[in-house]
Write a protein that binds this ligand. Structure first.
Ligand SMILES: Cc1ncc(COP(=O)(O)O)c(C=O)c1O
Length: 911
């Protein structure tokens, strides 16, 4: 690839890796921390009880403490002082205090109680065994008393000595006030390297204060955390002037954790960097001694994110006494609490939900259809959180969101490229909009009966064919699913760049129904639509890009900076991966030309939105946004950690590994789309760090939080495994299966115990399969072996889209089809007839040369997307696939009649 495509606007020193730290950074660091503290707990209690060889135990404890020391420096709890006390107790032989304190720290870390109350760790504080201090001098504790205030940590980056540190802590402690809505503790680091690591690891951080004049190098041994710094241009950073280094640190932290508030403290004038500084630092302080100002700013910054305009308005509204004279009997619970027959509804849901139910758009509330108050503000905050220019709440899911976007952008006759296995809402949207659709085939994964994603070369080929046919001006939109249900993640920057090189004003709709959480993990963020749009927008505006473009000999992959427009939309089911009530979704927009379509967008929004939108859903979207801005980084990081640990457990457990395996990138992504060559998340030589490279280079990667379990060796098919084995016996729910796989999804609510429950269940099932083998008769054995062959070898090949019938293509040489006219032709029963898939009549007519053409959508579950759309030719491959499917659920198929196709007469009649 030419240099010009690799972000010429950005200096190399600012790129730790193209996509930030490894996905596994959290996993490694937190496992390292967790394992060492737990081992310390065991060793110190043995030592205190004089069990085992004292010398060996002391050595182990010393080594564990030494391993933990570098990582503990990035967290406020237990803190440097308490930690060094552990070393002292070890040396002094005070084994009892050592064991008690380690125990207390472990408990506070695993229950996170240190975020709720002060944990006594100093010698003088001991004696209260429940870990809660009843009285004390610690300022954090005394301010926390009686209040349920959220806790966070501030990272202070300052090359200071112990005295300086004490002054700083003291200054900030004095600035705190009892009326502060939050409490915080401080993590102090003294170098650029340490600051970056702390920002990447410490999920308690909400603010970073960078002191001008910090050195680059850490004084610590960074061995364990070195992977966080992968790719930094160290020589350049070391040689940098202090002001530039501080600014660079701010930029890097902002890039990795955009939700944090950064502050710069300086003694010198920094006017010369004012422009750049503004986007990175919320404020600049000229005297560090101004602690009260700093304190007030930090609190105000966190408050900005903690604000929930609509939820607050709704709660206030619910609390007001109100006479209801509009239509809505459940408003204020009136029709429920006075009912003689449905009291259980009130008991089950409680009072508040009804107090908050209203159709009023006044009284402090707002209208979703024409927002000017708290809904408008809540949407603006969502735009900030999700990195869009505009965000819109949608109360009927991404099903509605997709229709709104397509309806707003597509005019009848426009050509739209749509990934073939997209969600059905896109097909319906195309029908409504009257688009001419070109379906893009994803690569098939026949061994697992699932589709992958659409290769970039296929998208480019279609665009170039349309260009050759002189139709490029009609091509309006590309719709792709990122990530797919099965977890295939595109490289949106690369896809958009290469498409824009062919058609510079192309619009993109990325269906991120499953990817709302992705923005909150630095590595995932780079593969989201909004982040990619921002990067591309900045790139094409930069003089460096123009120069690189002008100088490039081969411009085939480079959009023309004079013509390119960055027009990107993303739809997200907030309710699927983040906190929101069902159907709570968002549309995020980064469209340079939004002004030109805003009217159409508003109309489309009205067209697909109920005039009675649900306020509870809107309030939940507002709260979900607050959550991700304050703890998205933590929750998503933990979600990834749990998914990694689940993968690892299956791999290392001999019984589980015999019956089950999680599919890897090597299994699901052909090598041609994996230039990194990396096949698995974990690799013996490179450990987990190989992932970083895959996310940087590969055309597709797998979202590690979605785990596809291969169950072919059990001889049980996916659907039966899901219903009879997981659900009925173990109460485990999963969404999706293929013939021989079951998809497990982790989410921000997944807990260690739910992962443990799943592992126990799988061990149970594996033991049952073992037992069955032992007990089986020869004929049962033969039946089982046949079933395994059926699930591992004899899988029906997945068919391509086939094509639209010529009647719906206007005889064109290119593949676009008018799905709307096909749909409406099919709404008249007189134009349709039916064939049963199982019957030979269908073969007889096709052998006779007749093409059968679908008159309606046909969607088998799984895979869950239309295998036929109106106007599509039923190819022999699709027929064979339908016959081989053992699924009972096929939407659009009438068991009594069969598949609905057009009569020959209907197809012959001119439009
Ligand atoms: C890729 C994709 N897009 C859109 C949707 C529809 O989302 P919602 O359930 O929020 O309407 C789904 C639902 O599963 C989906 O998988």
């Amino acid at each position: 690839m030419s240099n010009a495509t690799s972000s010429p606007a950005k200096p190399a020193a600012l790129t730790p890796t193209a996509h930030g730290p490894s996905l596994s950074a959290h996993y490694l660091a937190s496992r390292h921390r967790f394992d060492n503290w737990n081992a310390l707990k065991t060793a110190t209690s043995k030592l205190a009880d004089a069990r085992g060889d004292t010398a060996v135990l002391k050595q182990e404890i010393g080594e564990r403490l030494t391993k933990l020391a570098p990582i503990e420096a990035y967290w406020a709890f237990p803190g440097a002082e308490a930690f060094s006390r552990l070393f002292r107790w070890l040396e002094a032989g005070d084994h009892l205090h050592l064991a008690q304190t380690v125990h207390r720290i472990c408990r506070a870390l695993s229950s996170q109680s240190y975020r709720r109350h002060f944990i006594p760790l100093a010698e003088a504080d001991h004696g209260d065994d429940d870990g809660e201090k009843k009285s004390g001098t610690d300022n954090r504790y005394s301010l926390h008393q009686g209040a349920d205030r959220p806790y966070f940590e501030i990272l202070i980056v300052d090359d200071t000595n112990e005295e300086g540190e004490e002054a700083l802590r003291d200054g900030l402690r004095k600035a705190r006030r009892p009326e502060d809505p939050f409490i915080y503790d401080i993590v102090l680091v003294t170098s650029f390297e340490d600051a970056l690591i702390a920002a990447l690891l410490n999920f308690n951080l909400q603010a970073v204060v960078v002191r001008y004049g910090i050195p680059f190098r850490s004084r610590r041994n960074l061995e364990v955390m070195k992977h966080c710094l992968h790719g930094l241009d160290e020589a350049r950073l070391e040689a940098m002037a202090p002001a530039e280094r501080a600014l660079t640190l701010g930029k890097l932290i902002h890039e990795q954790r955009p939700e944090l508030d950064n502050y710069l403290v300086t003694d010198t004038s920094v006017e010369d960097t004012a422009g750049e500084r503004g986007s990175v630092f919320r404020r600049v302080f000229y005297h560090q001694e101004d602690y009260l100002e700093l304190h007030l700013n930090v609190i105000r910054g966190v408050r900005r994110r903690a604000k929930t305009p609509f939820f607050t308005a709704l709660r206030d509204y619910a609390e007001q006494p109100m006479g209801v004279f509009h239509a809505m009997p459940i408003s204020r619970g009136k029709s429920i609490f006075k009912s003689h027959w449905i009291q259980e509804m009130g008991r089950f849901y409680g009072t508040n939900i009804f107090l908050a139910e209203t159709s009023s758009t006044s009284g402090g509330l707002d209208s979703l259809l024409d927002p000017h108050g708290p809904i408008k503000e809540a949407q603006e905050l969502a735009a900030r959180a999700f990195g869009s220019r505009r965000s819109f709440f949608v109360t009927n899911g991404t099903t509605g969101a997709n229709k709104i976007v397509s309806q707003a952008l597509v005019r009848p006759g426009d050509i739209v490229l749509v990934d073939r296995d997209c969600h059905k809402s896109h097909h319906y949207a195309m029908t409504l909009a009257g688009a001419n659709v070109v379906y893009l085939d994803s690569y098939p994964l026949n061994p697992y009966s699932m589709y992958g994603a659409v290769p970039l070369k296929e998208i480019r080929r279609v665009l170039l064919d349309l260009k050759a046919a002189g139709k490029l001006d009609r091509v309006r939109l590309v719709i792709l699913t990122n990530c797919t249900f099965d977890g295939f993640v595109y490289h949106p920057q690369r896809v958009m760049e290469q498409c824009l090189a062919i058609k510079p004003d192309l619009i993109f709709l990325w269906d991120e129904a499953w990817f709302g959480f992705a923005r909150f993990a630095p590595s995932y963020r780079s593969r989201t639509a909004m982040h990619s749009a921002k990067v591309l927008g900045e790139r094409y505006r930069s003089p460096e890009y123009k120069q690189a473009y002008d100088a490039a000999e081969n411009k085939k992959l480079l959009p023309d900076p004079a013509r390119v427009r960055v027009r990107v939309y993303a739809t997200q089911s907030t309710h699927k991966t983040l906190t929101a009530l069902r159907q709570g979704s968002m549309i995020h927009v980064h469209d340079q030309d939004f002004g030109k379509v805003e009217g159409a967008f508003r109309d489309a929004y009205m067209m697909h939105t109920s005039t009675s939108p649900n306020y509870q859903i809107i309030a939940s979207l507002d709260l979900g946004r607050k959550q991700v801005e304050l703890e998205g980084f933590e929750l998503v990081g933990k979600q990834i950690e749990l998914a990694f640990s689940l993968r690892e457990k299956i791999k290392v457990h001999p019984l589980l590994a015999k019956w089950f395996s999680f599919l890897t990138m090597g299994d699901m992504i052909p090598l041609e789309y994996r230039p990194s060559g990396i096949a698995a998340y974990y690799d013996k030589e490179r450990g987990w760090s190989a992932m970083m490279e895959a996310w940087e280079k590969d055309e597709f990667v797998l979202d590690p939080t979605r785990l596809t379990l291969f169950i072919g060796r059990t001889g049980v098919d996916g659907d039966t495994f899901k219903k009879q084995y997981l659900m009925d016996r173990h109460g485990i729910q999963v969404n999706k299966t293929s013939r021989n796989t079951v998809l497990f999804m982790t989410n921000i609510g997944t807990t260690r115990s739910s992962v443990a429950h799943l592992i126990d269940a799988l061990v149970d099932l594996a033991s049952e399969f073992e037992q069955r083998i032992e007990d089986e008769s020869p004929s049962e054995k033969a039946a089982r072996e046949q079933a395994v062959i059926g699930l591992t070898e004899k899988l029906p090949p997945l068919p391509d889209f086939s094509r639209f019938h010529a009647r719906f293509r206007d005889g064109a040489a290119t593949p676009e089809g008018d799905v709307r006219s096909a749909y409406f032709l099919g709404t008249d029963e007189a134009n349709c007839e039916y064939f049963r898939i199982s019957e030979s009549k269908i073969d007889e007519v096709t052998k006779g040369g007749r093409e059968l053409v679908a008159a309606s959508f046909l969607t088998p579950y799984p895979p869950g997307f239309p295998i036929l759309v109106p106007g599509q030719v039923l190819s022999p491959e699709i027929l064979a696939y339908l016959r081989a499917l053992d699924t009972k659920e096929i939407h659009g198929y009438r068991a009594d009649l069969g598949i609905r196709v057009f009569t020959e007469g209907a197809l012959a009649r001119p439009t």
